[in-house]
Design a protein around this ligand. Sequence first.
Ligand code: RP5
Length: 165
Amino acid sequence: MSEAIKVGVVMGSNSDWDTMKHAVEIFQQFGVACEARVVSAHRMPDDMFAYAEAAVGRGLKAIVAGAGGAAHLPGMLAAKTVVPVLGVPVQSKALSGVDSLHSIVQMPKGIPVATFAIGAAGAANAALFAIAMLANEDAALRAKLEAFRSAQTEAARAMVLPPVG
Ligand code: RP5
């Protein structure tokens, strides 16, 4: 039997995939069962509400939601579920993702969305943050996270700069 999905990665359009795949890659690297779907707030609002309303019952522990421009998906999911929503601003063509960032980060008091950096780094970090939350109840996952951090530290220590000129 396949492992139960723990985390959802959702996005407003398939044009967001180049950014959001970085979250999925991290979940796969850590062996966290996740699903990836397009759930557009504007083009399929009923599906978005159904996804949010089913999240607790399906056992989702976090939802990583990415969107660009008028990025309402993370906030509206958060409005419809108590499952933690982690928002990723996708870099937009017109305003480079500052519009996405502002749309996601400026939530009203009472309906939080954890908001990450614009683009691929934000998507990867959202996944790492979700993993850190899951690791509170999962010693094996915590060990993987600690190993990831150690490897990253060693890679940074091994960095060599090129000579000037
Ligand atoms: C948003 O509109 C999506 O999240 C995407 O970032 C943006 C553009 O969507 P497409 O026109 O590329 O489908 O809803």
